[in-house]
Design a protein around this ligand. Structure first.
Ligand SMILES: Nc1ncnc2c1ncn2[C@@H]1O[C@H](COP(=O)(O)OP(=O)(O)OP(=O)(O)O)[C@@H](O)[C@H]1O
Ligand SMILES: [Mg+2]
Length: 262
């Protein structure tokens, strides 16, 4: 259940409506780990059932492999390759290992990426979704950002999600950016009600202070003895502070735990 984010959802809705009406636009969702970027991308995909969706994501393990991300993204659009100028088609086929290798020509690949997305959007309004941009290989990122700067009346909605740097710096893409902040206390309370229903207000307040409204929880792991520990199950590199807490449930079970927050 997604809480809050009404302004962000409205911005995404506008972007999709623009693409349906033949206007292209780009939006970068940025923020801390766990703040809710993927959740909003999923919202966008859910709202785009009447549109063509092309998706890819960055993987930490593949960030050094040129064009790995673009190859995933463009797979459904490859039947359109013959509609591109021959040199662009050849460059893109070489980049994606679908044709004879050509000496690296970055501009041709970038231009071909913009052209094949425009060709796709000519058939049907198109949403291009890229998650975890911070891990996308540089070559794919360059081609997609290039295309993002050149889209006009094509009917493309480009949605990118990226973590900010450890210092909190935005990805510098020269595209419209929406920085995600934490949930409000009221929204976070609704989340805590779901995750830790018996937690007293004092515990919720401490969780909220520690997490600044970041909705990421690894989950509640229940130990069959006497201790429940709230931990992150994900090992992603979220900077952590630990908030120890204890309270007694209605079953007189003493619950202790830690919450590690961004
Ligand atoms: N608006 C929200 N309401 C309720 N839960 C949310 C909301 N946004 C995110 N969450 C929950 O928080 C967790 C983290 O969200 P999400 O995966 O979208 O974060 P992220 O920004 O993509 O993180 P990462 O940088 O690690 O990819 C998920 O369990 C998700 O369900
Ligand atoms: Mg994510």
């Amino acid at each position: 259940m997604m809480l809050g984010r009404s302004a962000e959802r409205a911005t995404i809705d506008e972007l999709l409506a623009g693409a349906r009406a033949g206007r292209s636009g780009a939006l970068v969702l940025s923020g801390d780990p766990g703040i809710g970027k993927t959740t909003l991308l999923e919202y966008a995909v859910g709202q785009a059932k009447d549109m063509q969706v092309l998706m890819t994501r960055g993987y930490e393990t593949e960030s050094e492999i040129p064009f790995a991300g673009l190859s995933d993204l463009l797979r459904p659009a490859l039947p359109l390759l013959p509609s591109l100028p021959r040199s662009q088609s050849a460059a893109l086929q070489s980049a994606l290992a679908l044709g004879p290798p050509l000496a690296g020509d970055r501009f041709s690949v970038c231009a071909a990426t913009a052209a094949i997305l425009a060709a796709a959007a000519e058939r049907s309004p198109t949403v291009v979704v890229v998650d975890d941009l911070q891990w996308l290989d540089a070559a794919s990122r360059e081609a997609l950002v290039f295309a993002g700067h050149r889209m006009q009346a094509d009917g493309i909605a480009l949605l990118l999600a990226s973590r900010v740097s450890d210092d909190g710096d935005s990805p510098d893409l020269r595209l419209r950016e929406l920085r995600l902040n934490g949930l409000s206390r009221g929204e976070a309370d609704a989340l805590y009600e779901d995750l830790i229903p018996s937690a007293p207000d004092e515990v919720r307040a401490r969780l909220y202070d520690a997490s600044a409204g970041n909705p990421y929880f690894g989950g509640l792991s229940v130990n069959s003895n006497t201790t429940n520990v709230l931990v992150r199950t994900d090992s992603s590199a979220i900077p952590t502070t630990t908030v120890p807490f204890t309270w007694t449930t209605s079953d007189e079970l003493v619950v202790t735990g830690t919450y590690e927050a961004a």
